[in-house]
Design a protein around this ligand. Sequence first.
Ligand code: FE2
Length: 466
Amino acid sequence: MWFMCNHSSFLSVTTLYSHQPDGKMVTFLAAYVLLNFAPLLVLSVPPIWTQPEQVHLSYAGIPGSMVVTWTTFNKTDSMVEYGLQGGRLFEMSAKGDATIFVDSGEEKRKMFIHRVTLTGLKPAATYVYHCGSDEGWSDIFSFTALNSSFSFSPRFALYGDLGNENPQSLARLQKETQLGMYDVILHIGDFAYDMHEDNARIGDEFMRQIQSIAAYVPYMTCPGNHEATYNFSNYRNRFSMPGQTESLWYSWNLGSAHIISFSTEVYFYLEYGMDLIFKQYNWLKDDLEEANKPENRAKRPWIITMGHRPMYCSDDDQDDCTKYDSWVRVGRTDIKPPAPGLEDLFYQYGVDLELWAHEHTYERLWPVYGDKVYNGSKEQPYVNPKAPVHIITGSAGCRERTDRFNPNPKEWSAFRSTDYGYSRMQVVNATHIYLEQVSDDQYGKVIDSTWVVKEKHGFSSWLTSF
Ligand SMILES: [Fe+2]
């Protein structure tokens, strides 16, 4: 009855073998060994993970393009099969590449990030797609190719500071995206809290959570402080923004807007290279110079920036924006050479609207420059404003909850809310932008709304009387 016992040592098996060496028993013993060691054999061989997951879209910046990005844990081909909605399913296909991302955590987890750029898409046409390879395909998703017309009026949802614990606004954003309410999502830094945690499994989980938004509309990003670990490696590897900076700073055009995304974090993480402040500053200057060429500004009169940490805010947490001489605003004079801030640069090139997050609150500012308010007029502050308009929208929901406000805000603070929520923006045309704030705490109620109206753009508009 020895075979009924729970033997697991190789010694006991070999002992039994030596006592009964006939051929039948050898076969039996071999089976016995296999059965006993099967769990060990299974554990030592990792499963094959070729199933695509974490599917998300981004706009490559070229009219008629869309990038599809996803993850597998084993190497596979990178294919997207797609077709016009209502047409033959998957009648077109495109191939891309995968890069290996090895997380820097203890386990050195490895994953393959696949990127396929679709080109030649018909503006405003809806496509159905799946991604993967012959070793596994994703679910079927759809997207509408961005309209490349200058008269297109794109609708955005925008927010920062969305985690995968307490992501309060996520369900509402998922549903509204799938209802077709947005053309683009802007996530203004701070993802997952934090993507590198649990050997980057938190990053995987977050990317799965946003798939029901990001697989349907381009999900455009900028880095925040929560991405800083291992030199922003999770952020740089997981997203696919235009340009060659691993999504750290880039610009793109949509409708009558030129949109610039940049990293405020270069001012705070000098250990990753002080030169990045200057590299980014010079890139911003060149980009703004180009966007301000008369022929370009005539077509894309709105210049909108998005960066994580605001220049101004009235929260009570001692963050950079609570200080008069915030680093993002005025630069750093405590380093050599001193690094310039961004307020003067943006003012000189007539940036119209600056979108921020980081503070877990919503705050709308009156047009402001140099800590002073420059309203268009007393009656209509946002009609032909004389300085950029700032919006801070970092209350989408994360494990750090919401922040508190300073009870005595400065005169530039126009509206504040500590409700969880997110913002909506429509770049209606060359003269009108509409902005509103949704409170998730109040079941989707719009708690603030503003029209920014500009008959003229560029630096000279700050000085023009209408
Ligand atoms: Fe932040």
